[in-house]
Ligand binder design. Structure first.
Ligand code: GLY
Ligand code: MN
Ligand code: MN
Length: 443
């Protein structure tokens, strides 16, 4: 099944690359996977992630120094680097490469001269190279031409069935971790213990994750990309936010849930309201909707939540109009998702490029395109109590519209984010995340 989907995926890539190369004026493209790199003055390498353009053709992390040659109408040619190394397990040619013309090389120099020879034999002479440095002096190749990249990045937003299936599985894998993390939180675990529970259940090493998991207790939930794992739980526990994903064939899930310790308090009420608002917003998604409009609806929804729980004393609309909601929700509603957690192309106007930035008021929004079938993106509203931002609210004209004692009592809870991964269908969305939670709970 996976193999059939992959074959169809390759056919789609062949078509896309043919039109992208023609559009940008190239006959062939060299795609370098990139190089594993050591830390400065060290013999230890940082985690290697292949160039996503390479990974879309060949889904593997074990591709350091390998190169792919793509030419319309010709089988893609893979120059696979497999050093004779007894210090490490040498990379194996992945089974996905069955559909390529493959040459295995034990030496990088040999690999590059074979590639060079192949290029000299091409009747084509307009060659692009996509990838990082290293091969920058490669003869006659234009490095990372913007026209070509824009075309490819624009289309990366539309996932093939193979990609959709990988991302569905990446949600399921992460949900196993999320359930274990929630149980570890219930059992009184600290950030470090909860993180280990997540990794074990998601069957991931930390290095394999799409991004470093955010495992945040109490006020740490208000640090948007909180990066530590406290070894001990705090003396008093109020809240837990976990933003953690998984990868399948290189494709990411990116999922957040928030839990209140006191199920009857205002924070629990806010979590339930944000969860309901997120579901309602997702129900409005269909092809043709503009993502910026969804982002704005989400801010109106935050205004309603703030009013319903009495954090603002003005109306929900007044809170939205005065920009009060922006002090509580400083990031974008979401982003494209795929080989990269923040997948490329979210603000592109079209295949030819052009930049469609969000309005200054919502500068952090990464995704401003019209929603279309087979796009996969996140919907991740948040509501935070971030002291640095609240200081600004306190000195703003809206300060009189805030119930400060209530708001200050919530600062130790940090904040809330609910993040799902959805794929647009003809009529609405498939919610990978909610579906995976339901399936896991019914198991
Ligand atoms: N985990 C990063 C994000 O949600 O965008
Ligand atoms: Mn996230
Ligand atoms: Mn996200």
């Amino acid at each position: 099944m996976q193999k059939t989907l992959f074959t169809k995926h390759l056919s789609t890539l062949e078509r896309r690359w043919e039109s992208a190369l023609e559009f940008a004026g190239y006959d062939a493209c060299v795609i370098t996977a990139g190089q594993a790199r050591n830390y400065f003055l060290d013999d230890q390498a940082a985690v290697f992630r292949a160039n996503p353009h390479f990974a879309q053709w060949l889904p593997t992390d074990e591709a350091s120094a390998s190169v792919l040659l793509v030419q319309p109408g010709v089988k893609p040619k893979l120059f696979f680097y497999q050093p004779a190394d007894y210090w490490h397990q040498p990379p194996q040619v992945p089974h996905w490469a069955d559909e390529f013309d493959v040459e295995v090389h034990a030496a990088e120099d040999g690999l590059l001269s074979a590639l060079h020879q192949s290029l000299l034999q091409l009747t084509a002479n307009r060659i692009a190279l996509i990838g990082e440095g290293g091969l920058a002096n490669f003869p006659a190749a234009e490095i990372n031409p913007v026209l070509l990249l824009n075309h490819l990045h624009y289309h990366r937003a539309y996932k093939t069935e193979f990609e959709v299936e990988a991302m569905r599985s990446a949600s399921s894998k992460a949900i196993a971790g999320h359930l274990a993390a929630a149980a570890a939180f219930e059992a009184g675990g600290g950030e470090f213990a909860i993180n280990l529970a997540y990794l074990a259940a998601a069957q991931h090493t930390a290095a394999e994750l799409p991004y470093s998991s955010i495992v945040a207790l109490n006020e740490h939930a208000g640090v948007l990309h909180y990066q530590h794992y406290d070894r001990q739980p705090p003396a008093e526990i109020h809240s837990f936010l976990i933003d953690a994903g998984a990868r399948v064939h290189g494709y990411a899930s990116d999922i957040t849930r928030t839990y209140a310790k006191d199920e009857n308090g205002v924070f629990a009420s806010l979590v339930a309201r944000l969860d309901a608002a997120q579901r309602t917003l997702i129900e409005t998604i269909r092809p043709g909707v503009n993502y910026l409009e969804l982002h704005i609806s989400m801010h109106r929804g935050i205004g309603q939540i703030l009013a319903a729980d009495g954090i603002v004393t003005c109306s929900a609309e007044a809170a939205f109009d005065a920009g009060i909601t922006e002090y509580f929700m400083p990031h974008g509603l979401g982003h494209l998702l795929g080989l990269q957690t923040h997948d490329v192309g979210g603000q592109l106007k079209g295949v030819e490029g052009g930049h469609n930035p969000p309005p200054a008021r919502y500068a952090a929004l990464r995704f401003t395109r019209e929603v279309a079938e087979d796009m996969v993106f996140t919907i991740e509203p948040g509501l935070y109590f971030i002291p640095q931002l609240l200081d600004g609210l306190r000195t703003s004209q809206s300060a009189a519209d805030i119930n400060w004692p209530l708001l200050e009592s919530l600062i130790p809870c940090g904040g809330i984010r609910i993040e799902d991964n959805v794929r647009v269908t003809g009529a609405g969305v498939e919610n990978f995340t909610r579906d995976a939670f339901t399936a896991a709970r019914n198991d």
